[in-house]
Design a binder for this molecule. Structure first.
Ligand code: ADP
Ligand code: TPW
Ligand code: MG
Length: 580
């Protein structure tokens, strides 16, 4: 496909360049140095030329994993992650990740090659024909198409701004095949490029909104702060810590906000979650939405009489999106702005005369927390045979404590919920998981991106079902020799592995897999290290060695097939769940 190198025009005096080089130049000019993708017509040469130009090009085995990698790279760096795919089927494979990125407020740009417009629009049956722009629009924060080489600079600039400004999200950029070989005068091309100035402008909150929030906080008897992944994304780590410690208010981190302050912080109320949510009188949300993960701010979780009833709380919500407030319950004090600016404004307004929350409240939280932590410690100390989630995750907990810089990727149901509650995080943006949708399949894409972006060891704790969605990417892990240690919590199935076909017929039950599957051999097939572990001691040894060696490793941790519960901890969303 396409022309290879910048050419010289017929008169041999005017240097020209082409669409391929302009796309690469536009990205690099904006500090984007990595592409996650999968080659093929019409973007094969783009991947080659990007690598030749010094970009990192990480080629995957399926576009969904490249897309998930781009999305989480965006979350980790505040720069849009780039996913590059071919037309129709490749584009569609990447689209799930794009939609997931938009849902989670992760900045990414899906760039897909597309077929010939004239043929697509007349539906004449082009190679991989599809009206990709129209299909992407409802799933993306924004979608653009570039038809002329001189517009590539504008197209890339718009895509970057759309992805990272305001509430971040997924952006689609459609690049038709014909664009790439278009030649253009090199000096005109250089002038057409845009280095985006201030792509994610600060948004300073209104002073009266800050005052309103402070008044509510001052009057609270039982205040609580909820930190969400928006707070983790914002990189206002020092300000957030300052706010929490200055006010003395207990806080709860949402899953991907774990580690924003160490989970072992004395004010962390995670172990008393079911106590603090209904008991709190003023709740301040910092980059967290009152969606299903917080029971929509109402119902019994929040002290309401039944599932629909509101509790008695008053809410403060810090968010960059002015439309977020009142989405589920009344927000008494919305503070609209970027989290860094909002938290700084709150801190400035607090001044020196701040009175910490009543001892009664802090003592009650501490008492509940200590009781639950003691109970958890007892459970973790047990060493049952076969190994269960607790005894396996007790090892992971120790490993992360000893290696707090490691990135933890996590998906599954029980494998997710138990890891979230058992494994403490100590540093911001180190826990990457299924996010707002609870989507399976993020595992290997996130793990590859985390290793590429951070160069830190990555530990992926995967349900055996969850792993299956992206498992082929262990080849990618091996090919790029990434320090990724995958631990499969292998309980022979979705939620558990002990179901039977009630008819006694020849087919297995829908939730179970091949018994005693040897997942570690998948990693061995590509030259990585595979370990079969049936005890916590074996698991510990293998994980320590993986961290030490930085070699691609997959540990098949064999878990009691009857240990899990249906849907993990979200049985409330599954009222017909099989009781176990
Ligand atoms: P969680 O799942 O952890 O509760 P959500 O994804 O539901 O978190 O919420 C994240 C929120 O953070 C979104 O409403 C988003 O608009 C907001 N957000 C993202 N980045 C920023 C930022 N820099 N400043 C303020 N709010 C932000
Ligand atoms: C894209 C539904 C939620 S959790 C899960 C599925 C299939 C797998 C649970 O089994 P696993 O974990 O991973 O073995 P464990 O420890 O409980 O045994 N398709 C998509 N997303 C979701 N969420 C599902 C299906 C689901
Ligand atoms: Mg399982």
């Amino acid at each position: 496909m396409g022309t290879a190198e910048p050419q010289v025009a017929a008169d041999a005096r005017t240097p020209v360049t082409d669409g391929f080089h302009l796309v690469i130049d536009a990205l690099r000019l904006n500090g984007i140095d990595t592409i996650f993708g999968l080659p093929g017509i019409p973007i094969t040469d783009l991947t080659r030329k990007a690598q030749a130009a010094g970009m990192r090009v990480i080629s995957f085995r399926h576009e969904q994993n490249a897309g998930n990698a781009a999305a989480i790279a965006g979350f980790m760096t505040q720069k849009p992650g780039i996913c590059l795919t071919v037309s129709a089927p490749g584009f569609l494979n990447g689209l799930t990740a794009l939609a997931n990125a938009t849902t989670n407020c992760f900045p990414m740009i899906l760039i897909s090659g597309s077929s010939e417009r004239e043929i697509v629009d007349l539906q004449q049956g082009d190679y991989e024909e599809m009206d990709q722009l129209a299909i992407a629009k409802p799933l993306a924060k924004a979608a653009f198409r570039v038809l002329h080489a001189e517009d590539i600079g504008v197209g890339v600039a718009r895509a970057i701004r759309a992805a990272v400004s305001g509430r971040p999200g997924g952006v689609y950029l459609d690049l038709p095949a014909k664009l790439f070989p278009q030649s253009i005068d090199a000096s005109a091309a250089a002038r057409s490029l845009i280095k985006v100035v201030d792509p994610a402008p600060r948004q300073i909150p209104a002073p009266d909104a800050v005052q309103r929030a402070l008044e509510l906080l001052r009057g609270a008897r039982r205040p609580l702060v909820l930190l969400g992944k928006g707070a983790a994304y914002a990189r206002a780590d020092a300000e957030i810590r300052d706010l929490i410690e200055t006010t003395g208010i207990p806080y709860l981190p949402m899953s991907m906000a774990k580690g924003l302050l160490p989970d072992t912080h004395p004010q962390c109320a995670s172990a008393a979650r079911s106590f603090v949510l209904p008991e709190a009188d003023v709740v301040m949300l910092v980059g967290a939405r009152l969606n299903w993960l917080l029971s929509h701010g109402k119902g019994k979780t929040w002290g309401g009489q039944d599932a629909k009833a509101w509790g008695a709380q008053k809410f403060i919500q810090i968010d960059i999106s002015p439309q977020e407030a009142d989405s589920n319950v009344r927000i008494d004090a919305p503070v609209v702005g970027d989290i860094g600016s909002c938290v700084s404004a709150l801190l400035a307004g607090i001044g020196s005369g701040w009175v910490k929350p009543p001892a009664e409240w802090l003592d009650a939280v501490a008492e509940r927390k200590n009781k639950n932590l003691a109970r958890m410690a007892e459970t973790l100390a047990r060493n049952p045979a076969p190994m269960n989630f607790h005894s396996a995750l007790n090892v992971v907990r120790d490993i992360i404590r000893a290696n707090p810089e490691a990135v933890l990727v996590n998906e599954g149901a029980n494998a997710l919920d138990f890891t979230r509650s058992i494994v403490d995080m100590y540093q911001p943006r180190k826990r990457l998981d299924v996010g707002t949708w609870g989507v399976m399949g993020i595992g290997m894409g996130f793990a590859v991106a985390a290793a590429v972006v951070s160069d830190q060891p990555v530990i992926a704790i995967e349900g055996d079902s969850a792993f299956g969605f992206s498992g082929m990417e262990v080849e990618t892990v091996c090919r790029y020799n990434l320090p990724v240690c995958v631990v499969i919590m292998n309980n022979n199935g979705v939620y558990r592995g002990d179901e039977r076909n009630p008819t006694g017929g020849r087919d297995p039950a829908p939730l179970v897999f091949v018994k005693d599957a040897r997942y570690e051999k998948v990693m061995q097939a590509f030259g990585g290290v595979g370990v079969y572990a049936t005890t916590p001691a074996e698991l510990r040894r293998a994980m320590e060695e993986a961290i030490r060696s930085r070699r691609p490793t997959l540990i098949n941790a064999v878990i009691d097939e009857g240990a899990g519960t249906e849907s993990g901890r979200i049985t409330s969303l599954n009222p017909t769940a099989k009781k176990t």
